[in-house]
Design a protein around this ligand. Sequence first.
Ligand code: AMP
Ligand code: GLY
Length: 424
Amino acid sequence: MRILVIGGGGREHALVWKLSQSARVTKIFCVPGSAAIAELAECVAINPEQIESLADFAAQEKIALTVVGPELPLTLGIVDLFESRGLRIFGPNKAAAQLEGSKAFSKDILRANAIPTAAFGTFTDAVSAKQFLAQQKSPYVIKADGLAAGKGVLICATLAEAEAAIDEFLVRKAFGAAGDKVVIEEYLDGEEASFMVLTDGDHVLPLASSQDHKRVFDNDEGPNTGGMGAYSPAPVVTPEVHERVLREVLAPLLNGLQQKNIRYRGLLYVGLMITKAGPKVIEFNARFGDPECQPIMMRLKSDLLPLLEATIDGQLNQVEAEWYADPAVCVVLTAAGYPGAYDKGKEIHGLEKLASWQQGCVFHAGTAKENHRWLTAGGRVLGVTARGKSVADAVTEVYRAVGEISWAGMHYRKDIARRALPNS
Ligand code: AMP
Ligand code: GLY
């Protein structure tokens, strides 16, 4: 079976790595892929936003299944386009992908279906936004409505900062059209968790739980990033929390979407805050989390392919996912300066020492290869991911591997998975 994976980051490297182990997969193409993905798949230089060109490519190459990694092609309607052309594709259609594409849309669905989430208001003009702010308490949470590459959320300690943020979004248009509308919401206190499920619109198959580390520095300090590391499972997702998310979030959500004639078919990522009052939704994503996808693929024992097919075919009640009990931990190595401006083209040393690493895998998020040398080519560069008998073992192993790798300005957090260790 010929597969096309869209994207070229660490998430797609992990997906290609997992799919390449399926006995039914004969060939994988990846658009645009990366030098590292090229070791497992044929990479093709098409812009993932050119969805017409992608459909032409899939038809021409007789692709049996396309798997979409990032959110942008989904919100552009790649799934609707492929389906209209009779091409099989994994991911939610344009209407369903609004759960990620518009925070105002997702907050409205949450409210209409009484799903636990932060109280909020939605605004298009600065005057009413500021009036609403004046009635809220610090810290203030302000979000651009549309996609802003993970940078559209500001948490402000003072009212003055929050008002300045409103001006940035609504007056100075710092996020362009994505910030034409802002959501101001209540600050939620607690521990975050990523709850990813496959859903065909009727049935839900939860994947292993995980936890991301969003801030750039240890102890959750510094600005938010795309994710500095992740581990699975997340102990904060207890069996009770798991049941509550299924009952209080997913069941009413799918029901609410159906009432709007929207059928969500694909991977649904529920970003949760586990508060004293229970799990509350922070956000939805319409695709696998990155880096969470990396430890999760490492823990998935089952073949991924039949799970994706069952999602498309509305048969998720007929499949099961088997997991390795061993926890997995991923440490993201970033370029100096990330998530701000960062430099590229630094030579990466030591990858050859991990070429036959048994307990883990180095997924590439932003690298390039030049004359047999690996160079940095992104803010997030590598996701070093290991499995261990315990979280402590996985942590020891992953940091041992990280110790083999170096480049000028390499940065990483030293406290990934610390919360999951006993006595922490
Ligand atoms: P989002 O893009 O909505 O996931 O927000 C990015 C990050 O901002 C989240 O992962 C949280 O760490 C933080 N965040 C967002 N909304 C809230 C909230 N209402 N209360 C506290 N933290 C939040
Ligand atoms: N790691 C968070 C995300 O993928 O949005």
